[in-house]
Design a binder for this molecule. Structure first.
Ligand code: NAD
Ligand code: TDX
Length: 339
């Protein structure tokens, strides 16, 4: 059954984070009739500055927790959809302390599903390809929506748990929901704990980039604007209860990504340090996006990785005011982990 509809008032959870804030910007720029309420707890990963310059008449920020049922009941009336980005999102943090991951990612999704059930809203659940585990480097297979769940880390297991809750609420209660599982995003406003911004800002700070393990792990990179466009297509035209995989055929080894950054920033290709590996480190992610392409006609517009990296480097060079306040604390956390 199709869930096609024209949203007018959307709640965006986690809209002060990396992908959520890029989604809000995308909707403001591309869909003029839509108003957005951002619900964000402003954890270490959330910056209200990521929404700077957006029109106040169309974007409202509510600071609060997705686990807060009373708050949800207060803000939901008048909205027609929830797009759920809020999460604890970093694998390394989940290994050090899984606790907030269980609460925000699992309980938070449960609370939202219950409010969706009570109020009959459209719900879109933003998830990750990591729920499918990993692939071997030489395996021709890529992840497909019907693959079994096989998460490896505390982070990915909480995301898998949240996806399963959504599937159960669709089947048992008939809520109108869709799920998307996307590969690794890059672009502006990404927290400096993540691989690409960490290395770019290290180089700007005169610090050597850090590569885990043997550097051969593969991630399937997508520009965050292409992720936003896909989420919009699924929200407005996706089939009820369906899972869509989002990826842009962007497989690259971590070493290759790092050397692209070093080359673009005018540094020698060996100007980095090897550091200890992440426990349980997934080897390779790769998405087969054919369902999204064939059913909804989506395709990426950012097809040159080196151009996308150039623009991302320029953004971090031009916006030190945004990331400088987070940099020292992030590196101190890594330092305690020997990374
Ligand atoms: P992020 O860490 O940059 O942002 C998360 C946001 O959620 C922050 O603004 C934070 O303040 C907010 N938040 C955290 N706990 C909250 C709570 N209890 N209540 C309300 N707000 C809360 O994350 P991101 O990289 O933008 O990821 C967004 C979503 O996309 C996540 O669900 C993640 O699993 C998924 N995803 C991310 C990637 C990626 O490459 N980053 C890829 C696929 C899927
Ligand atoms: O300093 C580093 N050195 C390094 O080699 C960091 C921070 C990471 N890495 C490696 C680990 C991974 O193989 O780079 C790769 C990417 O690391 P992250 O940016 O931490 O991303 P990843 O663990 O792949 O997860 C990301 O994609 C899926 C997001 O953080 C998740 O939220 C999303 O679900």
């Amino acid at each position: 059954m199709s869930c096609a509809f024209d949203p007018a008032n959307i709640i965006v959870t986690g809209g002060c984070g990396f992908i959520g804030s890029n989604f809000v910007r995308h909707v403001v720029e591309s869909h003029p009739g839509v108003c957005l309420t951002v619900l964000d707890k402003l954890t270490y990963a959330g910056s209200p500055e990521s929404l700077a310059g957006l029109p106040e008449g169309r974007v409202r920020l509510v600071v609060g927790d997705v686990c807060d049922v009373e708050l949800l009941e207060r803000i939901v009336p008048g909205h027609d959809a929830i797009v759920h980005f809020a999460a604890e999102s970093h694998n390394d943090n989940s290994i050090v302390d899984p606790d907030p991951f269980i609460r925000t990612n699992v309980e938070g999704t449960f609370r939202l599903l219950e409010v969706v059930r009570r109020h009959g809203l459209r719900y879109h659940h933003v998830s990750t390809d990591e729920v499918y585990g990993d692939l071997a480097l030489d395996e021709p297979r890529r992840f497909r929506p019907e693959d079994p769940y096989r998460p490896s880390s505390p982070y990915s297991s909480t995301k898998a748990s949240s996806d399963l809750l959504v599937r159960a609420w669709v089947r048992t209660y008939g809520i109108c929901a869709t799920i998307s599982n996307c590969s690794n995003n890059y672009g502006p406003y990404q927290h400096v704990e993540k691989f690409i911004p960490r290395q770019v800002t290290n180089i700007i700070c005169g610090v050597r980039p850090k590569l885990y393990g043997d550097g051969r792990n593969v991630r399937d990179w997508i520009h965050t604007e292409d992720h936003s466009r896909a989420v919009w297509d699924i929200l407005t035209r996706g089939r009820q209860g369906e899972t869509y995989l989002i990826g842009a055929d962007g497989e690259r080894s971590n070493l290759d990504v790092l050397q692209t950054i070093l080359e673009r920033m005018g540094r020698p290709l060996d100007a980095f340090d090897w550091v200890r590996d992440r426990p349980g480190h997934d080897r390779r992610y790769a998405i087969d996006p054919s369902k999204l392409r064939e059913e909804l006609g989506w395709k990426p517009i950012h097809t040159s990785f080196s151009e996308g990296i150039d623009r991302t480097i320029t953004w971090y060079r031009d916006n030190e005011w945004w990331w400088r306040p987070m940099k020292a604390a992030t590196e101190a956390r890594y330092g305690r982990q020997g990374k």
